[in-house]
Ligand binder design. Structure first.
Ligand code: CU
Length: 463
């Protein structure tokens, strides 16, 4: 007869076995991992020291993730960093639980822990993923990468290139990233600017192309604060999509393309420079212009250029109809150096600007500094929201809404392109409209990451 002791021992063994087996079983179907880890990489030009970074898979930017439109992205995020972290999937119309915002949609993933990200991707386009914990530090250390959602029928081009634009702050003597991620000056002014501008982790990115070759360029501004002002030299083309979303018709790019932090653009360009010549994607706001990407033209792809490309197929849904009822909201941005902010609510108390500065906080949304406990608005699912944003500060800001794209309401009451990040100049007042059609708690913040860390953060709830 089985003794009680024997029974307990064997049931404990059985429990242990049961506890063990499912984990084993799960491991065989587990997601591919995306591991955030330390690594040493050569970012600076040859002759300079290598740089210690934090990167997904040990590279910066991380691996390009590609998924078919309507498909599913499944990754086990493994945090091998010395800090807690999370991944935000920027611009994705995502299940709220997968949005990667610690304290709002999930707990930060502690060192040594993991988190399974699993979501569908309804919209084709150029997106990106990045850390959303201590992001002013973690994104600057390299935790970002491209997320490409491919159309069922891709446009007719000869090749595609993904260019992640970033600026790194590197000590040229040591090659290392200075640890002053909470610099009061960066926080209170334009944000943390780098001294080494890279394209997909490469200094002076150069590639060989052919005359009349047609390229699709997917540009992503992954910088903490830098605004890229870009132009084409020896290339001619069109803006096809902004922030992932196709424009109704290709827009000739004959002036500059401005990309604020977090923003993306899809271009189709033809190489028009002569054989043996050089073409550039260039930063045209710098003295005499500076090459972002250099294209050496060798040979000829065809005798003549092709015609104007067809528009990219529109993404499904995204209806913003202003003819019916709407909820009207306002967001006043105040603070920063030379901003004249006298006082604001911080941690439940009204405090003066000097006291805020001592707490290393500088910015307010509607008189409130930092992430409020309650949402700035609770919206019924499906409501149309019109949000007027006033930038009463001396600096530009890149306002990013999670979970839903918006369109700008232009002065003639027409709607601008669909975006997820709006770059606003100092003293501007702009209106955006969106359909609150994705339930959950969604962040609305400045994508100058030092600004987000020092006050510019709020959220809306869609019920
Ligand atoms: Cu800002």
């Amino acid at each position: 007869m089985q003794t009680r002791r024997h029974f307990m021992a064997s049931s404990a063994a059985a429990t242990a076995l049961l506890g063990f087996l499912p984990r084993q079983a799960k491991a065989t179907v587990s997601f591919e991992t995306l591991e955030a880890m330390s690594a040493s990489v050569q970012l600076a030009p040859d002759g300079y020291p290598a740089t210690d970074i934090w990167g997904y898979g040990g590279t910066a930017p991380g691996p390009i993730l590609r998924v078919a439109q309507g498909g599913r992205l499944q990754r086990r995020f493994v945090n091998s960093l010395p800090q807690a972290s999370s991944i935000h999937w920027h611009g994705i119309r995502i299940d709220n639980a997968m949005d990667g915002v610690p304290g709002l949609t999930q707990a930060a993933v502690e060192p040594g822990d993991g988190f399974d990200y699993d979501f569908t991707l309804p919209d084709a386009g150029t997106y990106w993923y990045h850390s959303h914990n201590r992001s002013a530090e973690q994104v600057a250390r390299g935790l970002h990468g491209a997320l490409i959602v491919e159309e069922g029928t891709p446009p007719d081009v000869d090749r595609e290139e993904v260019f992640v634009l970033d600026d790194w702050l590197i000590d040229p003597e040591t090659g290392q990233i200075p640890g002053d991620f909470e610099s009061p000056h960066a926080r209170s002014h334009a944000g943390r600017m780098g001294n080494l501008i890279l394209t997909s982790g490469v200094f002076d990115k150069t590639m060989t192309v052919q005359r009349n070759e047609r390229l699709r360029l997917r540009l992503i501004n992954a910088a903490n604060a830098r605004i890229f002002v870009l132009g084409l030299i020896g290339l001619e083309g069109w803006t096809m999509a902004l922030d992932g979303m196709p424009l109704p018709a290709p827009e000739p790019l004959d002036e500059v393309l401005v990309l604020g932090p977090g923003q993306r653009a899809d271009l189709i360009v033809d190489v028009t420079a002569e054989e043996g010549g050089t073409a550039y994607l260039a930063r045209v706001n710098e003295a005499r212009g500076a090459p972002q990407v250099t294209f050496r033209v060798r040979g000829q792809a065809s005798l003549a250029r092709r015609g104007i490309p067809d528009a990219l197929p529109p993404n499904p849904g995204h209806v913003i109809d202003l003819s019916g009822d709407s909820v009207n909201l306002t967001l006043n941005m105040e603070g920063g150096a030379m901003g004249g902010l006298r006082e604001a609510m911080f941690n439940g108390e009204q405090v003066g600007f000097r006291e805020l500065a001592q707490a290393n906080q500088f910015w307010a949304f509607n008189g409130m500094v930092g992430m409020p406990d309650s949402p700035m608005a609770t919206l019924d699912r499906g409501q149309i929201v019109r949000l007027t944003i006033s930038n009463d500060t001396a600096f530009p800001h890149a306002m990013h809404l999670h979970g839903m794209h918006f369109r700008e309401v232009l002065t003639d009451n027409t709607l601008g392109p669909m975006r997820d990040t709006l770059l606003m100049d100092s003293s501007e007042r702009r209106e955006i409209a969106f359909a609150a059609d994705n339930p959950g708690d969604w962040l609305l913040h400045c994508h100058m990451l030092s600004h987000a860390a020092s006050g510019m953060m709020t959220w809306v709830r869609v019920t």
